[in-house]
Design a protein around this ligand. Sequence first.
Ligand code: HEM
Ligand SMILES: *[C@@H]1O[C@H](CO)[C@@H](O)[C@H](O)[C@H]1NC(C)=O
Ligand SMILES: *[C@@H]1O[C@H](CO)[C@@H](O)[C@H](O)[C@H]1NC(C)=O
Ligand SMILES: *[C@@H]1O[C@H](CO)[C@@H](O)[C@H](O)[C@H]1NC(C)=O
Ligand SMILES: CC(=O)N[C@H]1CO[C@H](CO)[C@@H](O)[C@@H]1O
Length: 512
Amino acid sequence: MALNASDWLVYSSFILVLGVIWHRLRRQNRSQLLPPGPPPKPLIGNYLDVPKIMSWKKFSQWRKLYGDLVYLTVLGNKFLILNDMESMRELLEKRSQKYSDRPSFVMAKYMGIENNLSFAPYGPYWRQGRKLIHGTVNQEAVKKYHSLQENVTARFLRDLVEYPSEAMKHLHMATAHIIASVTYGFSIDTPSNVYFDEFAETERIVLKGVVPGAYLVDMIPQLWYLPSWVPFNSIRRTAERGRQRVSDIVHHPIEQVEQDMKQGASPASFVSDHLRESGGDEVIKQQLPWVAWSIYEAGNDTTSGTMLVFMHAMACFPEVQTRMREEIHRVVGTDRLPSFADRERLPYINAAIKEIYRWKPNTPLGAPRKLQDADVYRGYYIPKGTIIMSNVWLLSRDQDSGIDPEAFSPERFLDTHVKKTAIDPFSYAFGFGRRMCPGRFLADNSVFILVTSMVATVRISKPKDSNGVEKPFNPPYIPAGLASFPYPFEVDIEPVSDKAVAIVKGRAMSID
Ligand code: HEM
Ligand SMILES: *[C@@H]1O[C@H](CO)[C@@H](O)[C@H](O)[C@H]1NC(C)=O
Ligand SMILES: *[C@@H]1O[C@H](CO)[C@@H](O)[C@H](O)[C@H]1NC(C)=O
Ligand SMILES: *[C@@H]1O[C@H](CO)[C@@H](O)[C@H](O)[C@H]1NC(C)=O
Ligand SMILES: CC(=O)N[C@H]1CO[C@H](CO)[C@@H](O)[C@@H]1O
């Protein structure tokens, strides 16, 4: 069919108008100023500028060059780094409607964890899951776990004084025990327990699957579609294995709880409470295993990692350890272990706990968010889909108190010691806004009771060789990823007195 002259005119002017509109839009968008950042290279963007380890240190240096907002592109992905509290508050809290989504990771999606709470897109599924969790671990509800936490701590201390060289193992057991009991109502006390290995294996796979860049495929989704003879093929195999593992681990413990409930032998827990209350609600029944698993995953190594940081600090700063012990012995005495009822009367200990969260923040860049719609802030245009990282590590380095940020010094939080106290890490260490860590009260209680009871009864110091000479002590931290805490390390543990040993053993015996 041939076009006549007038049709042709209509078509071509239509196309011309479209072209002009498109050009205007482009120009308009181009004139919209992106936040400053290191100049990108063609195609790879800032790929070579971002260090693979401890990127937060580099980002913090960039603040001096580019300011509080730093914009990057890496292989086509857009990133915005927030370097000050005000922007985190404004964007992640006040504008949370737009900033509460998470980036999706190809590997995580394939493994089936994409829609499961911590990584879930911002929407009704996520909201329902948060509601389920909130009932179990809100500020009031966590009080019902005090007794559990005190008991686990007493057993932990007994193991610690009996087998001090296995301190790291005992610690992992204790934190895993608490979170497993809260979630499923049964402990994963012994390594022989089937769940223990499953959990540990799954956690390793999952952690690799959600760290941006841990698998190259997250940066280059197209890789996924490479023919399988290409060496990258292992990507698919890894994902397939992860998927099966994840599905097993998510459902096995729930089946166990259901069985225990039938026999009337299931203690109160997140799962059994909701199974009882849901009255057969199918939506809840389907989501429950995933939410339970999310609690376990989000609560296990964050808590034990925080305790490792504590032990690292205690070995390096013995004078702080001594001041903590003096306060506990003065307030609690030496005839019993500390309890939650003592907390209010322990200001130095409470400052020391803040200092643990500050000294080596567990998630130095927070957890990534994805911007759902384009936004404008401080005159800059932030494109839709930008991944937002909050550089809380930089906040933790504040010098307001005048005390060196690298020192472990609870004094920085006490207005009896400094003119201006440091920023309270509770305002950044657990995230922001609607996605803020729902487990922070439970976590903080675990940290309080473990820290206080340890300081009361054992002395933590740098390891020594058989001649009593201190060995070099510099525990390496996990070098990359979302979380930052030390690998298990060697440390010396000895009871502060024979009386402390007797108290610990007596208390542990009263539980069994
Ligand atoms: C000291 C220990 C802990 C630290 C430092 C920590 C820190 C965090 C951080 C920084 C986030 C991201 C928040 C954001 O995006 O703004 C988060 C999320 C989360 N945390 Fe924790 N957490 C800890 C312990 C726990 C515990 C014990 C639980 C279990 C109840 C838990 C459950 C979760 C869940 C489910 C999320 C995902 C929330 C969502 O995406 O909506 N966390 N945590
Ligand atoms: C230009 O930016 C606006 C948001 O300010 C967006 O809605 C529009 O799609 C953009 N246009 C182009 C051509 O990218
Ligand atoms: C903790 O131990 C005490 C005995 O010392 C016991 O009465 C209490 O029920 C235990 N709590 C839990 C949650 O196991
Ligand atoms: C809990 O976290 C610790 C520390 O990262 C890890 O070693 C351990 O395997 C985890 N426990 C389970 C049961 O997954
Ligand atoms: C709501 C939702 O998408 N949940 C998903 C969690 O992951 C499993 C694993 O594949 C999916 O089957 C669920 O649909």
